[in-house]
Design a protein around this ligand. Structure first.
Ligand SMILES: *Cc1c(COP(=O)(O)O)cnc(C)c1O
Length: 365
């Protein structure tokens, strides 16, 4: 450790305003899906071009409820990347539909639109790109494929709060989108998620499905789940929203600082008319594990997002179609990527230690 304080990769930023807001909700006695949730939904709509917002219990719930509300289920296919957090494909699978895995673009790490177009079959119901690490997927090309075949375009925006494509915010780029407010995301409610959509009928079904299929108490219109957000979570989220623009700018500034100085690694490069939200600042190195160990020795926290493709997970690889699937860019990324700290509260001294740590690795080998 050389006596230096560790630099953790991620750290939730919770201040006195969040603590006070939670205390107020506890004192109010109204703990679940009340006024805080309704106001959080209204405030979040400002981030997503005024789209309908439905707050739920997690990002995974948001993805799952979009599938259910859109009527996607047995017999349907949804095209997803395999290089992502497993929740993306799991949501499809849990709705009873089949995920179809497409390879990624090696520069953006997002799903490759040509691979998506090639994966369309008569059973395809939706395309679900992930704005991985906060880089918006190529929604222009994906929308063309969706339009050509009459498919739904669903954004997994769990990592991409306030990123933009062609001047439009993530969450307003497709037919529906899912955000996550898990503790490590760009803003947090502890656990939490949110669905955005331009389709009022879809929004209503998500609202029903998150609450046992009820709008009116004890009148179950649909077979639903309990995936409500608590008012405690929403109160935290409302405070986090005040900081999110500044936090995002800080992430972008830290990324630019690293871009200008890192040597010996391939740094992330935004492609197309996008702004990157830098949920993660993920570099490539052919000797990734040695670089991670080198940085750990210097107190610099890193992580591999993700070491294994979804289709190669035990949960999937038991099935022949997935055991045999080869996605070369996905597999190369799994072997080479390493996320470095980019969180908004990094100090200049910490950024310099990260630069020094990475740059000295090349020389030391
Ligand atoms: C975090 C994440 C999810 C799931 O969100 P939870 O709130 O943890 O359920 C889904 N997709 C991606 C890409 C994520 O990073």
């Amino acid at each position: 450790m050389r006596g230096l304080a560790p630099i953790p990769l991620v750290r939730p930023l919770i201040g006195s305003a969040e603590r006070a807001a939670v205390a107020d909700v506890l004192a109010s006695g109204h703990l679940v899906q009340g006024q805080q949730v309704a106001t959080f939904e209204e405030e979040y709509a400002d981030l997503v071009a005024g789209r309908d917002c439905v707050a739920v219990s997690s990002g995974t719930s948001a993805l799952h409820l979009i599938m259910l509300a859109a009527g996607i289920g047995p017999g349907d296919e949804v095209i997803v990347p395999s290089f992502t957090f497993a929740a993306t494909a799991n949501a499809v699978r849990l709705a009873g539909a089949d995920p179809v895995f497409a390879d990624i673009d090696p520069v953006t790490f997002c799903v490759d639109p040509d691979a998506v177009a090639a994966a369309v079959t008569p059973r395809t119901a939706a395309i679900m790109p992930v704005h991985l690490y906060g880089h918006p997927a190529d929604v222009t090309a994906l929308q063309e494929t969706a339009d050509r075949h009459g498919l739904l375009l669903v954004e997994d925006a769990a990592q991409a709060h306030l990123a933009t494509h062609s001047g439009r915010p993530t969450g307003a780029l497709g037919d529906a989108a899912a955000f996550s407010f898990y503790a490590t995301k760009n803003m947090t409610t502890g656990e939490g998620g949110l669905v955005t959509t331009a389709d009022p009928a879809l929004a209503r079904r998500v609202r029903l499905l998150r609450n046992q299929g009820m709008e009116q108490r004890y009148l179950h219109e649909l077979v639903g789940l309990n995936q409500r957000m608590t008012d405690l979570a929403a109160a935290i989220g409302r405070e986090q929203l005040r900081h999110l623009p500044d936090w995002t700018r800080a992430r972008q500034a830290h990324a630019a600082y690293l871009d200008d100085r890192l040597t010996g690694v391939i740094t992330p490069r935004p492609v197309g008319p996008v702004t990157h939200a830098y949920h993660q600042y993920t570099v490539r190195h052919p000797d990734r594990d040695a670089l991670a160990a080198w940085l750990a020795d210097r107190g610099i926290g890193t992580a591999v997002h993700y070491p294994r493709a979804t289709h190669a997970m035990p949960a999937y690889a038991g099935e022949d179609r997935w055991a045999r699937l080869q996605l070369p860019e996905t597999e190369r990324a799994c072997a080479e990527v390493l996320s470095l700290p980019v969180r908004p509260d990094l100090t200049d001294a910490e950024l310099d230690r990260i630069v020094e740590g990475v740059n000295s690795f090349g020389g030391a080998r």
